[in-house]
Design a protein around this ligand. Structure first.
Ligand code: NIG
Ligand code: ZN
Length: 411
């Protein structure tokens, strides 16, 4: 099956196969082609160019993109999209004055979601999760990193990871799984943190490795959750099973987690709402991608990651949703891109780079996703007719998407 997209007003994010991330000033460059065509063969982008050179190209299906933009689908490198139930009551509690921390301290928060998930069957968890996956695909997301971490027992963590595996097998969207056993301390280990870490290391990790259920390992490095010593222990244990680190760090407090993650050669450091000059220094010259989650800042009314400062320091930046029931009940990457421009002062070029090629890098898939490149997967958004690509982040909250193609399939 081949698809030819013709008369594209502007084809965005065209790159050669060597570009796997963009940093600093390069982030403000978005290579494009005006009045273009693009040819898909099965699941792959095989050709693109100017309409004036289209002569003789044929295909099974023609899509006319007059007035429309075509760009790579979003790569959402940080989600918790597999969860059970919701926490809308906690949302109301926060409106009425409780803080996120107050709610966690009285047994709500992550522990609340874990309780619900433990009492939900694997099939039911799958059904609730795929509804969200189908929605984000329609919103233009073509790749998803998905974390465990709402199980907090060996059975429930494995249940989450098996659901992620099933999603990976059943849907055209690219999925990468991350094991986040160290997301919070379960109540039964309230006074025995090492006991829980031992359970992760001795019971969960070997089984996860045996079933090939995860690619990455994560830990919530935060006051009241897990400290630097725990991070060391967890990331070293993960390494024994070839799990690459991607960590939650600096959401509420900055105390050296970024440098430690870099020392462990983490693929990404995510959140960074609190950032010290030492953190920026630690990231310079590393292979670690800083990831901002602006919808989380929006929803919790916490500071936005100082993305401008990171980019101005010559660093790369990726954007992701953090889709989860507690701090970000939304998987809309279009909103993330708008919010990064409006609140973090990224330019549209920087935000699009951060949500495509750099997002792909932050989930280890940049060789096949994140740009319009011959040989890469045919994951594309065709917009409605737009005056320019600036209109995408500018007119926030509206749906500007006409068609989504994932793995060569029209969604
Ligand atoms: N910060 C830690 N984990 C999630 C949210 C956890 C929750 O409230 O359920 C996050 O990335 O924001
Ligand atoms: Zn998260």
């Amino acid at each position: 099956m081949s698809i030819l997209i013709t008369n594209i007003k502007e084809l965005l994010q065209i790159r050669d196969e060597k570009t796997i991330k963009v940093s600093g000033n390069q982030m403000n460059e978005l290579p494009t082609l005006k009045n273009a065509y693009l040819l898909i063969d099965n699941d792959t982008i095989v050709d693109f160019g100017l309409m004036s050179n289209i002569n003789g190209i044929e295909a099974d299906q023609i899509l006319d993109a007059t007035g429309k933009m075509v760009l790579p689908t979003w790569c959402d490198s940080h989600t918790h999209i597999v969860y059970a139930g919701d926490r809308s009551q906690e949302f109301v509690d926060r409106i009425n004055g409780l803080s996120y921390e107050d709610i966690a301290n009285r047994g709500g928060g992550i522990i609340n979601s874990a309780k619900t998930l433990q009492n939900t069957s694997e099939d039911e968890l799958y059904n609730q999760s795929i509804e969200r996956v189908q929605n984000v695909m329609k919103l233009g997301t073509g790749a998803l990193e998905i974390k465990s971490g709402y199980g907090l027992t060996p059975e429930a963590e494995l249940k989450m990871l098996r659901v992620i595996k099933r999603i990976k097998q059943e849907f055209p969207i690219k999925v990468k799984a991350t094991f986040l056993g160290a997301h919070a301390l379960p109540l039964q280990f309230k006074d025995n943190k090492q006991g829980y870490l031992d359970q992760i290391i001795n019971e969960m990790l070997p089984q996860i490795a045996k079933e090939g259920l995860a690619h990455y390992i994560d830990i919530f490095c935060e006051k009241g959750y897990f400290d630097l010593e725990d991070v060391n222990q967890m990331l070293s244990a993960g390494k024994q099973y070839n799990l690459i680190p991607k960590i939650h760090v600096n959401q509420f407090n900055a105390f050296g987690g970024v440098a430690l993650a870099v020392k462990h050669n983490a693929l990404s450091v995510d959140h960074l709402e609190e950032l010290n000059p030492e953190d920026i220094e630690a990231l310079k010259g590393s292979n670690t991608m800083p990831v901002a989650l602006p919808s989380c800042s929006y929803f919790l009314s916490i500071p936005y990651t100082p993305g401008r400062q990171l980019i101005d320091a010559g660093l790369p930046l990726a954007l992701a949703t953090d889709y989860n029931p507690g701090s970000t009940p939304s998987g809309n990457m279009n909103f993330v891109v708008s919010t990064a421009c409006i609140k973090m002062k990224l330019t549209p070029e920087e935000a699009i780079n951060a949500a495509t090629i750099n997002g792909a890098y932050a989930m280890g898939i940049a060789k096949q996703y994140g740009s319009v490149t011959k040989g890469k997967k045919a994951n594309l958004i065709i917009t409605k007719p737009l005056s320019s690509y600036n209109y995408l982040p500018y007119a926030f909250g509206d749906n500007h998407i006409d068609t989504v193609i994932i793995n060569g399939e029209i969604i």
